[in-house]
Design a protein around this ligand. Structure first.
Ligand SMILES: NC(=O)c1ccc[n+]([C@@H]2O[C@H](COP(=O)([O-])OP(=O)(O)OC[C@H]3O[C@@H](n4cnc5c(N)ncnc54)[C@H](O)[C@@H]3O)[C@@H](O)[C@H]2O)c1
Length: 389
């Protein structure tokens, strides 16, 4: 577990996933037997690793990644590093023949992300990327609605993601400062569009084109030490996406918006037979036969309670932490070849969307998203001139 002391590495992957799996006695396999997990913490700061290991009763930790990769006891390499450090570490893990599970984005550029997918495939190593949003209760309910045919023909998806991230001057910021510096791999487009790509393609249909407008609304912020710095990365991205089947999706992503919604992310889906609004946890529906009939009249105050027209989709199953559920799937994939479709190629498609959106914002034009596939022939190191069309 490389980067196990970071924000995501520690909280979601170590504590909420691997330690929770260890606590429950391992992952249940298809024949009912269990496979147990044994974590090895990898990082740069030995004292920090020792502290975490002692706190959670973890036997193994090291600051030597190469040694860990050379040791056949450790079968899966997991990566939660800052994005800029990821691709070099994953290449070493591919060379060592490990199965690999990683945070998103898989690399800083589409070309690098595609190269990782190709190298992993050529080497025959199993690979997976975090697709956590698909495991959110609200999105699981939404997916069920789509699969049940509730919407009829889906027309559009409108998504609002965001909240106010403090500038860090009079009040500390609640996200690491590298997120606001392009030179350190920051920016809301590269952060969120990889998520939007897999959310859209797995629930509604793959993305065929994108038009995006990005902005750096707050040009100066203060870092963890209270020092002012120039915010060089985009802190808001307004995107329009055409999906397979003619669905239009509009997604606003912003760290410079104050919340007036029930949840930090919400998607409204409108179809011919019904509509839904899904958040992280909740999901409300309005079927066509319970749709009110508003009449536009600016002279009369409208007293209709539109919120009251919606119905909650009940919780009909237990939802566990999504990071843990996906870890269990990936472990089954490694141990007994169970399906796990969220691989490096999916990660590369996410980066392609992010990169194309940034290009669209720079040039003020809409771009098609080409189909991404791997070369039949193994990649040689000098043969990958991967550029965006
Ligand atoms: N799935 C999600 O919803 C989600 C949410 C937030 C972040 N992320 C992703 O998770 C990753 C980590 O983000 P975070 O918020 O936990 O960041 P973080 O800064 O808290 O943690 C990063 C980790 O990388 C290590 N690190 C930093 N620079 C390094 C270097 N040069 N070499 C080796 N290690 C280095 C740090 O010591 C730390 O352990 C990012 O790629 C980010 O995009 C995903």
């Amino acid at each position: 577990m490389n980067g196990a002391s970071g924000r995501m590495g520690y909280r979601q992957h170590l504590v909420r996933s691997i330690l929770a799996i260890r606590e429950q006695g391992g992952v249940v396999l298809s024949d009912g037997s269990r496979v147990q997990v044994e974590p090895l913490l990898v990082g740069r700061d030995e004292a920090k690793l020792a502290r975490i290991a002692a706190q959670h009763g973890i036997e193994h930790y090291t600051t030597n990644l190469d040694e860990a990769l050379a040791d056949p006891r450790w079968e899966i390499y997991a990566d939660f590093l800052v994005t800029s450090a990821r691709s070099a570490a994953i290449k070493k893990a591919i060379a060592a023949g490990k199965a690999i599970y990683t945070e998103k984005p898989t690399a800083e550029t589409y070309a690098d992300a595609l190269e990782l997918a190709q190298l992993a495939t050529d080497a025959g190593v199993k690979n997976g990327v975090v697709h956590d949003k698909l495991y959110l209760p609200g999105l699981r309910k939404l997916k069920r609605l789509v699969d049940s045919g509730f919407f009829g023909r889906i027309l559009s998806v409108r998504g609002e993601f965001g909240y106010w991230v403090f500038e860090g001057d009079w009040h500390p910021a609640q996200r690491p400062s590298w997120n606001y510096r392009a030179e350190d791999g920051g920016g809301i487009t590269v952060d969120m569009f990889p998520h939007w790509n897999y959310v859209l393609e797995n629930i509604f249909g793959s993305v065929k084109s994108v038009y995006a407008q990005t902005a750096t609304h707050i040009p100066q912020r203060s870092d963890e030490q209270g020092r002012p710095y120039k915010a060089t990365a985009d802190d808001a991205a307004y995107g329009i996406f055409e999906l397979e089947g003619g669905i239009i999706a509009q997604l606003n992503s912003s760290w410079t918006v104050r919340v007036h919604r029930d949840e930090l992310v919400e998607f409204q889906v409108d179809g011919t037979h019904g509509s839904a609004v899904a958040g992280l946890f909740g999901c409300e529906i309005q079927p066509r036969n319970a749709t009110p009939k508003p009449v536009w009249n600016p002279d009369l105050e409208d007293t209709h309670d539109y919120d009251a027209d919606w119905m909650q989709v009940p919780n009909t199953e237990e939802f566990e932490n999504g990071f843990k559920v996906q870890w269990e799937q990936f472990i089954r994939h490694v141990v007994e070849d169970a399906p796990h479709e969220y691989d490096f190629l999916s990660g590369a498609r996410g980066m392609l969307l992010a990169e194309t959106a940034l290009k669209s914002a720079r040039e003020g034009r809409k771009f098609e998203i080409p189909t991404v596939s791997l070369a039949e022939e193994p990649l040689t190191t000098d043969a990958h001139e991967l550029t965006l069309s």
